[in-house]
Design a protein around this ligand. Sequence first.
Ligand code: ADP
Ligand code: ADP
Length: 231
Amino acid sequence: MLKLENVNKTYSEHQALKDINVTFNPKETTVIVGPSGSGKSTLLRSLNLLERPQTGLYTIDERTINFAEHIDTATTLWVRRKTGMVFQQPGMFNQLTILGNVIEAPIHVLKQKKDVAITEAHHLLEAVGIGETADRYPYQLSGGQTQRAAIARALAMHPSYLLLDEPTSALDPETEAQILRILKKMAEQNESMIIVTHNMDFARYAADRILFLEDGRIDFDGSPNDFFEHP
Ligand code: ADP
Ligand code: ADP
């Protein structure tokens, strides 16, 4: 479970998150929607500690972090491991093959045995439909293949939650649809995910839950049915 209580985040003058209270449940896919600048990305990045709210509490798997206090490096790394992040621009290691990218952190951070990591990486690449790219380098992949590789790389770390920040907004519509199909399938398999997207069809048909942000506040928190049928 991830829980934010009374969380506030200000960038110099601008208050991007205003008294956020929300709990994300395991095995649920939450889609965060809202106008540009409403704080979606800040909320998601706060869960990974890529942004540091000034005040509020963050509970993750029974451990509570007070944003107003110092957060030590070990805690930050622990939180980042629990909350795998997929960005709009995946940022692969260009000198490594796709397989190398996927096994890098499991071997060095999780201390997985290399053969175990390799076997799992092949499974994950198959699962996202790019098994044939394992020995290629990032520059040899299309945007959609790269984003699939980024999803496989995040899953290889066994995060408790997968966070995706506009994972398809750099892609053409056809490629976007492919990625969203993969994410929808993951949602059906009860992967715990929190996704920021502008794609309302995806929000409608793949989300268990919608959060609508407006000017730094949660304006709606409920089912897609209630969000789309009774606006
Ligand atoms: P969204 O993801 O909904 O577009 P963001 O979380 O990116 O919204 O941004 C929320 C608000 O905070 C916006 O007004 C944005 O300009 C501002 N903001 C985001 N990041 C920064 C930053 N690093 N420095 C200053 N202001 C920022
Ligand atoms: P998105 O809306 O897709 O989340 P943005 O264009 O709002 O992306 O932000 C892209 C990057 O720029 C983010 O890293 C964010 O932190 C930063 N940013 C956004 N608004 C500001 C701002 N007003 N001042 C400084 N940095 C900002």
